[in-house]
Design a protein around this ligand. Structure first.
Ligand code: C2O
Ligand code: CU
Ligand code: CU
Length: 561
């Protein structure tokens, strides 16, 4: 099995990392208790209890060892007020073991990013309040330098998911640095304003490191505010994940071949690093940015009110127009920003965000024998059998007291989709990538990860726009991601009928009117994308963003020459 790497790292090797060194929360506990207000129908006093631990002498404000009590209301800070003038940003970023309370009353060993501003706008780093890394705030046109320190007991590297950066700034597996080592980044942000994220990318270890806590939001800000969207405290980021926590309070990762084949799905929905997140909101419109940060669970978001969702932005930034959907499909790594107006709700009212995991039992493929899962979808599998959606509460919004300030969803967002499929150099002969499952593994055109090489069929000319075709001959859905550049989804068609019926149950939740850097390719489907290779030359990754598939080798490079 490819996942058992030649270096002998088993799936559970990261269990040795916590507490081994560095930023343990017990070393310098600092208790900050802040009562944030009264929310909830029962009028419970809601407090955020954060234990911001030290990190060995630095003045970091957002260390890797913050602990948030699960089950309490946590108010994300919203977007900071950044300086009017864009100046260079110099950050120190650390990956280290820490302890977090994901489920109330249970300390869990995690891995976590911490960051501090060495030079630049101090508002560029805001704490997540959980095992998640701090949210990094950068600006279009800004030069960003990052000194990354690996304080883990295994190799790692940081990838800026969705950012267009040169090859050596991209955090590719071959750049991974060992324990105690550093990697220095220096790039200019060229992306559209929007919601991005950062996570590790060492080969064979990405799934486990992300699962144990290494991920954070990365917000690209433009010249504020973006159109007429809510901003500041009414612009909140949410990371949707799932975790299985064992009786000993520790995270359970890949337990079987099935988890590797199908992708690992946790039993408990975790939002912004805690189970049972409740966020207080004012009676006003909000911009709510959602990242599906799960390893493999494709999620379908709905509101308990049954109201449709108004999507204003996707992976590559603002949409041309607001998209109205009954439920929103988010594959692992995808982002979508919603506009929600809470003004029509009564103070104390609770509105749940539900997420359904896509789950299809594919007869014969997995060999059965899966363990019970509390009725939770096992995620990521699509195929001939019926789709089980089974929505669960991922988090709740609780409406605060105060006067209603209704707003109107902005008409005509500024988002421009500049990629023109008709300008592609290969409209008649699209580049075809066949996704296949065989020998208990997943393949792209019969190939898997081979390091920094690209075949002739993966070599593209700088300055061109191309049509790529992902053809899914596998019984599973694969969210395919390209590094370097958001693309436009041109169309979908069927090469076989295996997934047609299940697709019909979720297709109304697909939003692809803007740009995406990750696209859901359903079983039996042919998905055509238009992508422009117009920024940097070099090797860039493309892979399935089910992290267990990526770690298993469903990852290659394309070469821009
Ligand atoms: Cu989230 Cu290779 O990426
Ligand atoms: Cu990426
Ligand atoms: Cu996959």
């Amino acid at each position: 099995m490819a996942r058992q790497s030649s270096r002998g790292r088993g799936p559970a090797s990261g269990r040795q990392a916590p507490q081994a060194q560095g930023m343990s929360s017990s070393s310098t506990p600092i208790d900050r208790r802040t009562a944030l207000g009264l929310v909830g129908g029962a009028g419970a006093l809601v407090a955020l209890t954060a234990c911001g631990g030290g990190n060995g002498g630095s003045s970091t404000s957002t260390t890797a060892s913050s602990v948030v009590k699960a089950g309490t209301a946590v108010v994300p800070e919203g977007m900071p007020q950044l300086e009017a003038e864009v100046r260079d940003l110099h950050l120190r970023l650390v990956a280290a073991p820490a302890t977090a309370e994901i489920v109330a009353g249970t300390p869990t060993d995690v891995l976590s990013f911490g960051a501090e501003v060495i030079d630049g706008d101090p508002a560029s780093v805001t704490p997540s309040g959980s095992y998640l890394g701090p949210t990094l705030h950068v600006r279009t046109g800004q030069r960003v330098q990052v000194i990354f320190e690996n304080q883990l007991s295994q190799e790692t590297i940081v990838h800026w998911h969705g950012l267009t950066v040169p090859q050596e700034q991209d955090g590719q597996p071959l750049e991974a640095v060992g324990p105690g080592e550093t990697y220095e980044y220096d790039f200019t942000v060229v992306n559209e304003p929007g919601t991005y994220w950062y996570h590790p990318h060492p080969h064979h270890l990405t799934g486990e490191q992300v699962y144990r806590g290494l991920a954070g939001l990365l917000i690209v800000h433009g010249d504020e505010p973006e159109t007429t969207l809510p901003h500041g405290a009414r612009d909140l980021g949410f990371v949707l994940q799932d975790r299985t926590i064992g009786a000993d309070g520790q995270l359970v990762y890949v337990a079987s071949n099935h988890d590797v084949m199908a992708g690992f799905v946790g039993e408990t929905l975790v939002t912004n690093g805690v189970a049972g997140l409740a966020t207080s909101v004012e009676r006003a419109p909000y911009r709510l940015r959602f990242l599906n940060g799960a390893n493999s669970r494709t999620q379908i978001l709905t509101l308990s009110t049954g109201e449709p969702l108004q999507v204003v932005a996707t992976d590559g930034g603002l949409l041309p127009e607001v998209a109205n959907v009954p439920g929103l499909v988010l594959t692992p790594a995808q982002r979508s920003d919603l506009w929600i107006d809470f003004s029509s709700y009564e103070p104390g009212q609770q509105i749940d965000l539900l997420t359904a995991g896509t789950f299809v039992e594919v007869p014969g493929m997995m060999g059965g024998g899966r363990k019970g899962n509390g009725g939770m979808g096992r995620g990521g599998i699509g195929g001939g059998a019926a789709l089980t959606l089974n929505p669960k509460v991922a988090m709740s919004f609780v409406v605060a007291d105060g006067p209603a300030e209704p707003g109107e969803v902005p008409q005509g967002l500024a988002g421009q989709v500049t990629i023109e499929p008709s300008e592609a150099v290969n409209t008649d002969t699209p580049r075809v990538f066949e996704l296949m499952t065989r020998q208990a593994s997943h393949w792209i055109n019969g190939m898997q990860w081979e390091g920094r090489t690209a075949a002739e069929w993966e070599t593209v000319a700088f300055g061109t726009t191309e049509i790529w075709e992902f053809v899914n001959l596998s019984p599973m859905a694969h969210p395919m991601h390209l590094h370097g550049k958001a693309f436009r989804v041109v169309d979908r068609s069927w090469v076989n009928a295996s997934g047609e019926e299940s697709w019909a149950q979720i297709s109304s939740g697909i939003v692809e009117t803007g740009t995406r850097d990750t696209v859901l390719v359903w079983p039996g489907q042919r998905v055509r994308i238009a992508v422009s290779f117009d920024t940097y030359r070099g090797y860039f990754l493309y892979h399935c963003h089910i992290l267990e598939h990526e770690d298993g080798g469903m990852m290659r490079n394309f070469l821009i020459t």
